[in-house]
Write a protein that binds this ligand. Structure first.
Ligand code: NCD
Length: 314
């Protein structure tokens, strides 16, 4: 298992043992913060698409490890606006920084950047494709509530995916990761926003069952984890269709009346309309803790890819 110098582009690039090693490393980061581990190191954040949690938690993670940060969060203020290509931007930034975190609206942009960079590139989301570091923190959060996730002998968890399963990259990444574990998947998606066939095929090949579920209330009754997602308005081809779906798709505390008492609701955030605020005070809401888990998880990833895992660790 070798992480130093590695790019983090797709969850599919990591095997089961590597995924578990990253979760374990994040756990150690949470238990024993390391204030000087990345002192003298520089991380560049290149965000060509809006972000709050991913960029800020990467920056906080780096700074809490003693490292420093350069970057931009608005491509309109960079030479991309003058027509500079992504390739040229990467060819420079790899000379400035020890690690690059990027988000881009085009599927495959992070893979292209990685092919040009000598320093590790971490994908903070590429179009509707992948968002691997979100997946590590999603798995970390699921395992904190259900340690049996990574126990091959335990009965499978029932995990629901709800919302925009077509364009939601966090769902796509998490589904690929779950192919390494045992799970029964339930999907609740508005018509036209179901999981793309290729993800259904991948799940089937990995032996996961996938069942379409008619309502959020039924999913709440049957699931251990319900992974809610926002409708990806920016990737939606038809605004009228978007308004129609938005009005009909919303989890409320009332819909949780008969929920599985162990149910944990996750959401990568931002939420817009799909989880009413009265859900926040229920025992089921886990999404803000999930966002907080971004710090130890991203600390672990930064430390591992820059070759600065704590002593005695992989
Ligand atoms: C997600 C993303 O950017 O894909 N946000 C995040 O990183 N936490 C989810 C979303 O924007 O809906």
């Amino acid at each position: 298992m070798h992480f130093a110098g590695r790019h983090v582009i797709s969850i599919a690039d990591f095997d089961r043992a590597e995924i578990i090693a990253i979760l374990d490393h994040a756990q150690r980061m949470a238990e024993a913060p390391q204030r000087d581990l990345l002192r003298g190191h520089l991380m560049a954040t290149l965000f060509f698409e809006p972000s709050t949690r991913t960029r800020l938690s990467f920056e906080a993670a780096m700074q809490k490890l003693g490292g420093r940060v350069i970057g931009f969060s608005d491509a309109a203020s960079t030479s991309a606006k003058k027509g500079e290509s992504l390739a040229d931007t990467i060819r420079m930034v790899e000379q400035y920084a020890d690690v690059i975190v990027m988000r881009h609206p085009r599927d495959g942009a992070a893979r292209l950047a990685a092919s040009l960079s000598r320093v590790p590139v971490i994908n903070g989301g590429d179009g509707g494709n992948q968002h691997p570091t979100q997946t590590f923190l999603d798995l970390y959060t699921i395992r904190s509530h259900f340690p049996q996730l990574t126990d091959a002998a335990a009965p499978p968890l029932t995990i629901g995916f709800a919302g925009d399963l077509r364009y939601g990259r966090t769902v796509h990444s998490l589904l690929h990761a779950l192919c390494h574990f045992r799970a029964n998947l339930l999907t609740v998606a508005p018509r036209g926003l179901e999981l793309p066939q290729s993800y259904l095929d991948d799940a089937a090949r990995a032996g996961l069952t996938v069942e379409a579920c008619p309502s959020l209330a039924e999913a709440a009754r049957r699931c251990d984890v319900l992974y809610m997602t926002r409708l990806q308005e920016e990737r939606f081809p038809d605004p009228l269709e978007f308004d129609h779906i938005k009005a009909t798709y919303r989890l409320t505390a009332a819909l949780l009346r008969d929920a599985n008492p162990r149910l944990r609701i996750l959401h990568p955030l931002p939420r817009v309309n799909e989880i009413a605020t009265d859900v926040d005070a229920t025992q089921h809401a886990a999404y803000f803790t999930q966002a907080g888990n971004g710090i130890p998880v991203r600390q672990a990833i930064l430390a591992l890819v820059t070759g600065h895992a704590a002593q005695g660790q992989p």
